[in-house]
Design a binder for this molecule. Structure first.
Ligand SMILES: NC(=O)c1ccc[n+]([C@@H]2O[C@H](COP(=O)([O-])OP(=O)(O)OC[C@H]3O[C@@H](n4cnc5c(N)ncnc54)[C@H](O)[C@@H]3O)[C@@H](O)[C@H]2O)c1
Ligand SMILES: [Zn+2]
Length: 671
């Protein structure tokens, strides 16, 4: 008993604290589900030990209180709360209690969405909106007339249908709320402006309506829906709740959705449908309110201290919970994007256990300022991926520090660089294991190295087998290794090997494109290849030199520079060249000393092979011929040149030694 008493006292204190944060400050520290559990516990204790019950317990009183900053309004009829049920059995108990009073037959109920906003009461006199107030403690609320005037869907003047008389005084009750899309936009705006985020639409609606400056409220996209009329002289007496709602509609007021349901079974079906449809709704609902339709029955049922006996909030399973951020780390995706992920103390949200939530990117992480050790609100609506909505204020450990985004890829250690649009940070490693499948697939694709047969599947197999860790590993694959892969036949293996072999003879343009450097498409690769006919030239190129390349802007230049500065990437390129990949430099302009000229090569050269020399001449628009004639323009004579040199001398053809030849080549090559 002693411990029950202490616990009850603690719970009351705790609930009072959370009421204040929720109703007065619009900034809760715990989720509704957690609050409900505390309340349930207290209710349980009070039921078990009736001596613990007291009239001022939070179980007996409407939760809010009117904030000092507003003028007070005493309600003509109290604004009550609703009793909650959380499952079928509890609803059945509710239904049974009702039938105990009304008799055994099925009760006609009205089901309405439980709008997740804040209750308001509105007073119209002679058709004009005169005063509006919040619920407060149920007896006294806050005068928010000026703010309510700015709520667009709320008519300042009733607009009755033909034949409907406007009553001299009309007091109606309903809910101010914010639509999901408006909530999202509002929070985005607040993020941009560096303001704290609303944990959920209900707090956004309450916080927006309870502003001192109506201009502030006017800037918030609030909605309103009505669901009750306070009985008043001059207002028709209604037989049913449904008739009452129809009347509100006829007066031109926005009315909450509603449908009739017959007995237990009818309500069950409506609840299942509502549960299914909740995510398709444009506004947040946290349950279904079930009300007895007959007004006469309502009078007979009456009310308990804080809620009517004729209605109940049949709550939906919570989609928001709070939990602890145990750690934050960064994951590397297929495209190299570094995504921060929060590791959470496992918590059940929306029916599944959530232990991780993505923070999308560095900007979002910084805006939400999620830190290890923080308590956060986690939301999972339907099939949507769990999301951290906001950090619970005031629960941050004193020694907490902002999470520092890594500057290097956590998988391969390469530098991580911000994308052009500035949102995503990517790993620059060419053979980063996290990106390898995608990189290998791209490397082998037709406009790149054109290795026929290496698609998504094979790329994944090769990487998974551990045989391919860098591009160059492709060139070391053996027939046996290929045959050991699943679904790889002899013919395919042979075809693949010859495709790999063929790909060695490629062009510099294809080669640069194949490296899969972020944003380097075929066109950029072409321009780059013209400026840098050999990849290693890029190792020493500074940002300025790279920026001078056609179509390369400063950001891309930075990406390129970072790429070729990365030792890992250089190693990958060098390994490819060592494996025999020979990227031919692009054709150079047609106005150089070799253009249109016929050249004969003779003797051995030390700096390059005869084939290479031939290639260099050809790509400068020259032709290499085997024999010297009058039509020969140059003879390049290496060491031990024999008869061809003699012939050239006889015919007076210009003769170049290796030195002169190289000089002529280099003078022609662009850099
Ligand atoms: N997270 C927290 O710290 C915290 C603190 C206090 C309260 N709360 C939440 O608030 C709840 C208690 O608040 P409450 O006393 O306002 O009860 P309630 O919100 O469960 O139910 C009563 C309210 O429902 C609203 N409502 C929405 N649609 C309605 C409809 N169709 N018909 C009638 N009413 C409708 C009205 O505003 C009414 O005042 C708790 O269960 C908890 O979810 C949370
Ligand atoms: Zn990496």
């Amino acid at each position: 008993m002693k411990t029950a008493e202490t616990r009850a006292r603690d719970l009351r204190r705790e609930l009072a604290h959370h009421n204040h944060r929720y109703y007065v400050l619009d900034s809760p520290e715990i989720t509704d589900a957690q609050y409900d559990r505390l309340m349930r516990e207290l209710q349980g204790l009070e039921e078990q030990f009736p001596s613990l019950a007291s009239a001022d317990s939070p179980t007996q009183r409407v939760g809010g209180e009117a904030a000092e900053k507003f003028a007070k309004v005493v309600h003509r009829a109290p604004m009550l709360s609703l009793a909650n049920v959380f499952n079928d059995e509890e609803f059945a108990e509710f239904d049974e209690r009702i039938r105990k009073v009304l008799g055994p037959t099925d009760v006609t109920y009205v089901c309405e969405p439980k709008l997740d906003g804040l209750a308001i009461t509105l007073r119209y006199e002679n058709g004009r909106f005169l005063q509006g107030a919040t619920r407060g403690d149920g007896t006294t609320g806050e005068d928010v007339t000026g703010n309510l005037r700015t709520v667009r869907p709320l008519p300042l003047e009733l607009l009755p249908e033909d034949g409907v008389k406007v009553p001299p005084v009309l007091e109606v009750r309903g809910e101010v709320f914010i639509r999901k899309d408006d909530f999202k936009k509002l929070n985005e705006k607040r993020e941009e402006e560096g303001e704290s985020l609303f944990a959920n639409p209900r707090n956004a609606a309450a916080g927006s309506l309870r502003q001192l400056d109506p201009k502030m409220t006017a800037s918030r996209p609030l909605s309103v829906a009505l669901y009750e009329i306070v009985p008043t002289e001059g207002v028709p007496a209604f037989d049913t709740h449904t008739a009452k709602l129809d009347y509100l509609h006829q007066l031109g007021l926005p009315v909450n959705r509603h449908e009739r349901a017959q007995g237990m079974e009818g309500v069950r079906a409506a609840y299942q449908a509502a549960l299914k449809g909740r995510h398709a709704l444009k506004f947040e609902v946290d349950g279904m309110v079930v009300k007895v339709d007959s007004e006469d029955h309502r009078r007979r049922l009456g009310q308990v201290s804080k809620s009517p006996r004729w209605a109940v909030a049949y709550k939906f399973p919570p989609e928001e919970e709070s939990t602890l951020v145990e750690a934050i780390d960064v994951q590397v995706g297929r495209t190299g994007a570094l995504t921060p992920v929060a590791h959470l103390k496992p918590v059940k949200v929306g029916g599944v256990t959530v232990s991780r939530a993505t923070l999308h990117n560095e900007d979002e992480l910084r805006r939400k300022d999620v830190r290890p050790g923080d308590t956060v609100f986690v939301r999972r609506a339907g099939d949507v991926i769990p999301e951290i909505v906001a950090v619970a204020p005031h629960q941050r450990p004193a020694d907490s520090k902002p999470y520092e985004f890594p500057k290097h890829c956590p998988v391969c250690g390469a530098q991580a660089v911000k994308d052009e649009d500035g949102a995503i940070i990517r790993c620059t490693g060419a053979s980063c294991p996290a990106q390898l499948v995608e990189k290998v697939r791209h490397f082998a694709s037709r406009p790149a190295m054109d290795i026929d047969g290496v698609g998504d599947k094979l790329a994944a197999q090769l990487v998974a087998s551990g045989r391919v860790k860098t591009f160059a590993d492709l060139y070391a694959l053996t027939r046996e290794q290929l045959l050991s892969l699943e679904r790889m036949g002899e013919k395919s293996a042979d075809n693949l090997l010859s495709a790999i072999e063929r790909s060695k003879q490629t062009t510099q343009r294809r080669f640069l494109y194949a490296l899969g450097i972020r944003h380097v498409g075929e066109a950029t690769a072409k321009a780059l290849a013209e400026a840098f006919p050999q990849a290693p030239l890029l190792y020493t190129a500074d940002i300025d030199a790279i920026t001078r390349v056609k179509d390369v802007g400063p950001t891309m230049a930075q990406v390129l520079h970072a790429f070729f500065q990365e030792p890992q990437n250089r190693a990958a390129i060098d390994a490819l060249l060592a494996a025999g990949v020979t990227p031919a430099p692009p054709q150079v302009g047609t106005d150089g000393p070799f253009s249109g000229k016929t050249v004969v090569l003779t003797g051995g050269m030390t700096g390059m092979s005869r084939d290479q020399a031939k290639e260099e001449i050809e790509r400068r628009g020259g032709k290499v011929s085997g024999s010297v004639s009058r039509k020969t323009d140059f003879v390049v004579a290496g060491e031990d040149a024999g008869s061809k040199l003699k012939k050239a001398q006889e015919l007076g053809v210009r003769v170049l030694d290796e030195q002169a030849f190289l000089k002529l080549l280099q003078g022609d090559a662009r850099s």
